[in-house]
Ligand binder design. Structure first.
Ligand code: AMP
Length: 192
């Protein structure tokens, strides 16, 4: 199985690169942000609770996203592998992912981190906000909050994967195709 954690701050290009990777390696895309937005649009209780946190740029509780990932892993027993996009976002989530995959005799193959300076993130998210319809992309204060959450709670996940020798940083500015090429090189070297 090829299990890729696509890591990086909001606006780093994880969604775009996920789509490229899915078509190339036939992987199942697991984006906790997309899963949460789908709960919101279906008006579920989970969605209602998550929305109030997401609208403030704050992470939802670990057990919520871990439960959603667990369900999706169970629903795709024959997948060639998964792309984890926007998950894990805390060290306990990373530990839980290891446990979930280990219980199936699998593990994370590689964590690819897209590295993008903050000014560029803000620019990209505000631009995306003009068409994405996402309230959290349309307000600079909220974007700052999301980046702050990333720096405080998510950045330590990089150390977690560095400790396992599974971390690879890729400079995320430049042509999408070139960045994609660098990611593929890293994936293929690691999974060989
Ligand atoms: P995203 O679409 O990945 O930018 O996520 C949008 C929002 O959903 C985040 O700002 C968080 O509030 C929430 N969220 C998405 N993934 C996670 C996660 N793995 N852990 C906690 N909160 C998450």
């Amino acid at each position: 199985m090829l299990n890729i954690v696509l890591f990086g701050p909001p606006g780093a290009g994880k969604g775009t690169q996920s789509h490229n990777l899915i078509s190339k390696y036939s992987l199942v895309h697991l984006s906790t942000g997309d899963l949460l937005r789908s709960e919101i649009s279906q008006g579920t209780e989970l969605g209602l609770k998550a929305k109030s946190l997401m609208d403030q740029g704050i992470l939802v509780p670990d057990e919520v996203v871990i439960g959603m990932i667990n369900n999706k892993l169970e629903q795709n027993p024959h997948a060639a592998g998964f792309i984890f996009d926007g998950f894990p976002r805390t060290v306990p989530q990373a530990q839980a992912l290891d446990r979930l995959l280990e219980s199936k005799g699998e593990g994370v193959t590689i964590c690819v981190a897209l590295e993008v300076p903050k000014e560029e993130l803000v620019k990209r998210l505000l631009l995306r906000g003009q068409t994405s319809g996402r309230p959290d992309d349309q307000n600079e204060e909220l974007i700052d909050k999301r980046v702050e959450e990333y720096n405080n709670k998510t950045a330590p996940v990089a150390e977690f994967y560095k400790g396992q020798d599974k971390y690879l940083g890729v400079y995320g500015l430049g042509a999408i195709d070139q960045i994609f090429h660098k990611i593929c090189e890293a994936v293929e070297t690691t999974s060989r």
